[in-house]
Design a protein around this ligand. Structure first.
Ligand code: KG4
Ligand code: ZN
Length: 340
């Protein structure tokens, strides 16, 4: 079989990224230009600003990815791109660039679902992973428990009904006066705080449901902060961070382990930006050790948005012959079912 050398592009939120991935596992280059510093002064991602910055950087990151891999566009076998979900103006920049390159160089085009990309971040570090797997996808835009039966065969067992978990981290951090993105800062602060100093709710939802809800928890933190301020009481941000993070992790880990038990899955994956959270990694590792299950996390660079994970997912689409045509468009709310 010929080598599949995929040029992958990712621009769904605030990272402009390009990578070259060989046969779905070997990362020849992985270039990420993050806009975090730009959005920090607004306290979150400003979609219009994100699109403009993607336009400025997209060709630069693509050229750099080819250069670092020491390849020309001619040597690439396909061009892959995230086409959803995400910010539509941001996605469009990547999709337009991928289509132009595929058309100009006469290469096949592959459209990748962003969540599928996050899942495949795991395969870059653990090429030997075997199905079936259960993946907890936790990012700024998504919270899903996904049953992976085979490459390309997924069932979403549960998702958030309101805020994504990363979104809840960022909103709570903002209310505590921390900068964007708040997830890593809460993670750090939580290590110094005492979660027992305040009691926060957990939304378990109906018996047997693998769905999540984080808006009640977020509101509880905001109410607590307002109350303390009104009463001129001290706010120990480390304690708030620890209690919030503990409440989030409690629900994520309990539901993931329940799903693993019900569906008899022995290998569990974490994916998405919040998979970088040290408390979540530790709690899931402990729960898996107790239940006699394997757990895998992508290295930090493949947790947050990057194009190498898109190239890994695209490889399996290429070998299944799932190519897109030039009518491929950005889809902001691309449903999970569209992965299949
Ligand atoms: O996957 P990602 O880069 O973008 C989306 O697809 O959404 O995830 C970004 C999210 C942000 O909400 C950020 O605060 C969160 O991941 N995040 C973390 C940590 N590192 C990143 N959340 C908690 N703990 C972390 N260490
Ligand atoms: Zn993401």
């Amino acid at each position: 079989m010929r080598d599949e050398i995929i040029l992958a592009i990712e621009s769904s939120c605030d990272e402009t990224a390009a990578a070259i991935v060989k046969n779905g596992r070997e990362v020849l280059s992985n270039v990420v230009s993050t806009q975090i510093a730009i959005h920090q002064k607004f306290g979150g991602v400003v979609p219009e600003v994100a699109s403009r910055k993607h336009m400025e950087y997209i060709n630069v990151v693509i050229d750099e990815a080819l250069k670092q891999a020491d390849l020309t566009l001619d040597e690439v076998t396909a061009v892959a791109v995230t086409y959803g979900p995400g910010l539509v103006g941001a996605l469009l920049v990547g999709v337009a660039a991928a289509k132009a390159l595929a058309f100009g160089a006469g290469k096949p085009l592959i459209g990748v679902h962003h969540i599928e990309g996050h899942i495949y971040g795991n395969f870059l570090a653990n090429p030997e992973l075997e199905m079936p797997l259960l993946c907890l996808v936790v990012s700024g835009g998504h919270t899903n428990i996904v049953l992976i039966k085979e490459h390309g065969e997924y069932v979403s067992l549960g998702q958030t009904r309101d805020d994504a978990v990363g979104e809840a981290f960022d909103k709570v951090a903002r209310a505590m006066g921390l900068s964007y993105p708040g997830g890593p800062l809460i993670d750090k602060l939580a290590k110094e705080g005492n979660a027992k100093n305040l009691s926060l709710p957990r939304a378990w939802l109906e018996e047997g449901s693998y769905d999540f809800s984080f808006s009640g928890l977020k509101s509880a933190v905001l109410n607590y902060l307002n109350r303390q301020k009104l009463m001129n009481q001290e706010i120990v941000v480390a304690d708030v961070a620890a209690a919030f993070q503990e409440a989030v992790i409690d629900v994520l880990v309990t539901k993931t382990m329940k799903a693993a038990e019900e569906y008899k899955i022995d290998r569990i994956l974490l994916a998405g930006g919040v998979a970088a959270n040290s408390g979540l990694r530790q709690a899931l590792s402990e729960a898996c050790a107790k239940a006699g299950k394997e757990v895998h996390f992508p290295p930090l660079k493949y947790c947050t948005d990057n194009a190498a994970m898109i190239g890994a997912a695209a490889y399996y689409k290429a070998i299944r012959g799932e190519y897109a045509d030039l009518s491929l468009n950005a889809v902001a709310n691309l449903p999970f079912s569209e992965i299949i």
